[in-house]
Design a binder for this molecule. Structure first.
Ligand code: HQG
Length: 190
């Protein structure tokens, strides 16, 4: 993606996940915004957006962060929301035995004490593979990958959901289902 498209992607993440009111935009409960309304609201806030740019960003998004409605007239972020009025309906889904969560080493002590918390977002986000989790963790500092015993959580009745881009979601991960993976894990545990 070009630098301009990365910037538009960040803007879309911001308004479609966190602060639609920052540009006077409304999302429905499933997170959808009319593309025409998005373009108008962005324009009124001094940001010119072309429909083609929006479509190129949706298609070019490395993590498939956004989806268009079947009729192509609406757009939403597929996960990552903090907007209180959005509550995307997803069917619970059986997770793989292990999932992964990437975080930064500076958060480890707190996570080992309290487990994973969703913070402002609607869910804790988990990755299907450790490499993706590591990249997620690197956003905040020296990355560390936590192995999540998703299968055991599920057996104990904790619900999992999967966003349209493959990211796994759950409400919280208590510490007993977590261990530090990889080389750092051996170091800490050994
Ligand atoms: C940490 C990106 C201390 C948690 C990614 C994380 C993802 C705790 C940070 C999506 C904690 C929250 C979400 C506790 C959790 N004590 N720290 N008890 N529990 N944390 O950004 O999972 O590029 O809200 O480890 O790919 O990093 O935006 O969550 O470091 O899918 O599309 O608190 O965002 O996608 O950070 O990332 P975030 P996340 P996009």
């Amino acid at each position: 993606m070009s630098a301009e498209h990365v910037e538009v992607s960040r803007f879309l993440s911001y308004v479609l996940r966190h602060r639609p009111e920052a540009i006077g935009l409304e999302l429905d409960t499933q997170g959808w915004a009319e593309i025409d309304a998005l373009i108008a609201a962005a324009g009124a806030s001094g940001r010119r957006l072309e429909p083609e740019t929006i479509r190129a960003v949706v298609e070019g998004s490395d993590k498939k962060r956004f989806a268009l409605s079947a009729d192509g007239r609406r757009i939403r972020a597929v996960q990552g929301h903090s907007v209180a009025t959005v509550d995307i309906h997803r069917e619970p889904k059986t997770p793989p035995k292990t999932l992964f969560h990437g975080t930064a080493t500076r958060f480890l002590a707190s996570i080992q004490a309290e487990g994973l918390r969703r913070g402002r977002r609607h869910h804790v986000h988990l990755s299907a593979d450790p490499a993706t989790a590591e990249a997620v963790g690197r956003r905040y500092g020296t990355p560390v990958v936590l192995v999540v015993e998703a299968g055991r959580m599920h057996e104990e009745g904790l619900a999992f959901f999967q966003a349209d881009n493959g990211v796994w979601l759950t409400d919280a991960v208590p510490p007993r289902f977590l261990r530090v993976g990889g080389a750092l894990g051996n170091e800490l545990e050994g």
